[in-house]
Ligand binder design. Structure first.
Ligand code: UDP
Ligand code: MN
Length: 331
């Protein structure tokens, strides 16, 4: 069967050897598991007017979040395996980065159209000790309804492990572009899952399909998270930012202050804007960026005039003793 690379059967042992030689690499200086965030975009310029500008904002947002939380980051603009393109691009990439970074305990994929909107929220890694994949979703939708949108494949974390290597190979088989495969598998997904329009096999349907098909073999190691927004659908969140700011404080990541806002259905880069009006996508992405950026600027004593304004206002005066007003979070 198709594999993303040479078959590896002893990755956990190889990684253990690496740690035996490099014990200081086991955790970050603050004692947390090492995490590598991966995101990226196509190698060509966007066709859409402000697509590349949005990509720049989106990567700045991720640089800010990862710096604040001692997480490594990698931005990809190439296609490692031509037969795994489009939304499937993340699979060979995750595998490659995982094997090249044995020190990373978690590999975290995040779409370019998703932004961190709670900059102080920290992933509760203790909760996932017995799991190898963390993804936003609901059990009743994935298994009860077999809804292809019961989870979202735009943001997920995979543990650096043999389990993940095996899982990636299995997942990749559904998306490999060879002959008419992706079309046939798309038909299979549409008939097996609910709510799915007929189109070529996508990675998200692949997950719902695999979890249902191999529930006993795979699902025990998967954590479907819904107690905070590891992925949050922008349509239900981005118009409420002012209300969150009025009523709540960042740090919860949930309906009080969403951790991630994901612009599913807005195709900013292509310029077609997908399912929504261009003005709506662009305004809301700008708002998400500024909402998050306020939490960064706060460290320097500024905030945006409003969520649609790039101009800033002072929130405090500079002093002769700057360390006295240093926020607790590391920047
Ligand atoms: N992507 C990429 N290179 C490509 C195509 C896609 O890196 O050539 C990545 C990019 O980060 C993008 C993600 O794949 O955000 C998934 O695509 P998209 O967000 O458009 O899918 P949606 O979330 O709307 O289903
Ligand atoms: Mn996306």
């Amino acid at each position: 069967p198709y594999r993303l690379g040479p078959e590896i059967v002893d990755w956990d042992e190889q990684r253990a050897e690496y740690f035996a030689k490099n014990p200081h690499m086991k955790t970050t200086q603050s004692g947390r598991p090492r995490v590598l965030l991966i995101t990226g975009s196509q190698s060509d310029p966007c066709k859409g007017q402000s697509g590349d500008h949005f990509l720049l904002k989106s990567i700045k947002n991720k640089i800010d979040y990862t710096r604040m939380h001692d997480i490594d980051i990698y931005y990809n603009m190439v296609l490692f395996q031509p037969e795994m393109d489009d939304v499937w691009i993340k699979l060979p990439l995750v595998r490659k980065l995982m094997l090249a970074n044995p020190e990373a305990e978690w590999i975290w994929w995040m779409d370019s159209d998703a932004m961190f909107t709670d900059m102080t929220f920290q992933m509760p890694f203790e909760r996932y000790e017995n799991h190898n994949m963390i993804i936003h979703g609901w059990e009743h939708k994935v298994f009860g309804e077999k809804d292809w949108c019961g989870l979202n494949a735009g943001v997920f974390l995979l543990r650096n492990s043999q389990w993940t290597l095996d899982f990636l190979d299995l997942w990749a088989r559904l998306g490999v572009k060879r002959g008419a495969n992706r079309k046939q598998v798309g038909d299979l997904f549409t008939s097996a899952l609910s709510g799915r329009p007929n189109f070529d096999a996508d990675d998200q349907s692949g997950l719902v399909y695999l979890f249902n098909t191999f529930r006993n073999e795979i699902y025990p190691k998967v954590y479907l998270e819904s107690s905070y927004y590891l992925h949050g659908f922008w349509v239900i969140l981005s118009e409420n930012y002012e209300e969150y700011m009025k009523k709540n404080k960042p740090g919860t990541g949930d309906e009080r202050w969403p951790f991630v806002t994901h612009f599913v259905g807005c195709k900013t880069c292509s310029g077609s804007y997908g399912d929504y009006a261009a003005s709506r996508c662009l305004t809301q992405m700008e708002r998400a960026f500024n909402f998050a950026d306020n939490q960064v600027l706060e460290h320097y004593g500024f905030r945006h005039n409003s969520l649609t304004d790039s101009a800033i206002v002072r929130t405090r005066n500079d002093t002769k003793r700057p360390l006295d007003s240093l926020p607790e979070a590391k920047i």
